[in-house]
Design a protein around this ligand. Structure first.
Ligand code: CA
Length: 221
């Protein structure tokens, strides 16, 4: 799951980034409205955390442009204390939720999780594929009802494959979902995660096929 944070307060931005990375999200962070607008044109996110008071282009304008382009990504707006007008205006412009500063990080994580869940197709947080089930918000997977022991990144790879089951997913798409910009993606990392997943899933007949030159396909037996 990818999250964009647009926040110009470096201390808050750093705290948010750490907190969400700790919750296994791939996080990108920008400090101005024009950067946010620019990256939202070219990149897909599962959630945007948007401060309204941003330099260059304010958060309202970023939000307005985002919705004008038809983007449905959930947006969590951050507002100054007691700025009721800001909240109302943010929600009017298409924000999905807001948090008033200062807030607790666990509260933010809970809101983020809820919004990402709501943003998923059908609003369901459980992905199912044959004997395999993955609880997106709870970060747990089961095989034939028994818990599957997966690392955070194995779970991330599996999540992308399940969300696009029956379609080929290329390495760049998998890497893009797993890492923020600042983290380096080793050339063989995705292959390693796929290899481990295969070993854990093969007993139940769940197959991840390699489509040479294209990527990977989660296939039902
Ligand atoms: Ca600000």
């Amino acid at each position: 799951m990818r999250v964009l944070i647009a926040e110009d307060d470096p201390v808050l931005a750093d705290g948010l980034t750490r907190s969400l990375r700790g919750a296994e999200y791939a996080v990108d962070c920008v400090a101005s409205g024009d950067q946010a607008d620019h990256i939202l044109i070219s990149q897909n996110y599962d959630l945007v955390i948007l401060d309204l008071g941003l330099p260059k282009l304010d958060g309202y304008e970023v939000l307005k442009r985002l919705r004008r382009r038809g983007a449905k990504v959930p947006v969590l707006v951050l507002t100054a204390r007691d700025a009721l007008d800001d909240r109302v205006r943010g929600l009017d412009l298409g924000a999905d939720d807001y948090l008033t500063k200062p807030f607790d990080l666990p509260e933010l994580e809970a809101r983020a999780r809820a919004l990402i869940r709501r943003g998923q197709a059908g609003g369901s947080s459980i992905l199912e594929h044959g004997p395999l089930a993955l609880d997106v918000s709870g970060r747990r997977a089961t095989l034939n009802g028994s818990p599957l022991d997966l690392s955070a990144r194995e779970l991330g790879v599996l999540e992308v494959l399940m969300m696009r089951s029956g379609r080929v997913v290329n390495k760049d798409q998998l890497a893009g979902q797993l890492y923020g910009w600042e983290e380096e993606v080793g050339p063989n990392a995705i292959e390693v995660y796929i290899h481990r997943l295969r070993r854990k899933l093969e007993s139940a007949g769940v197959t991840i096929r390699t489509i040479r030159g294209l990527g990977y396909l989660l296939e039902r037996p």
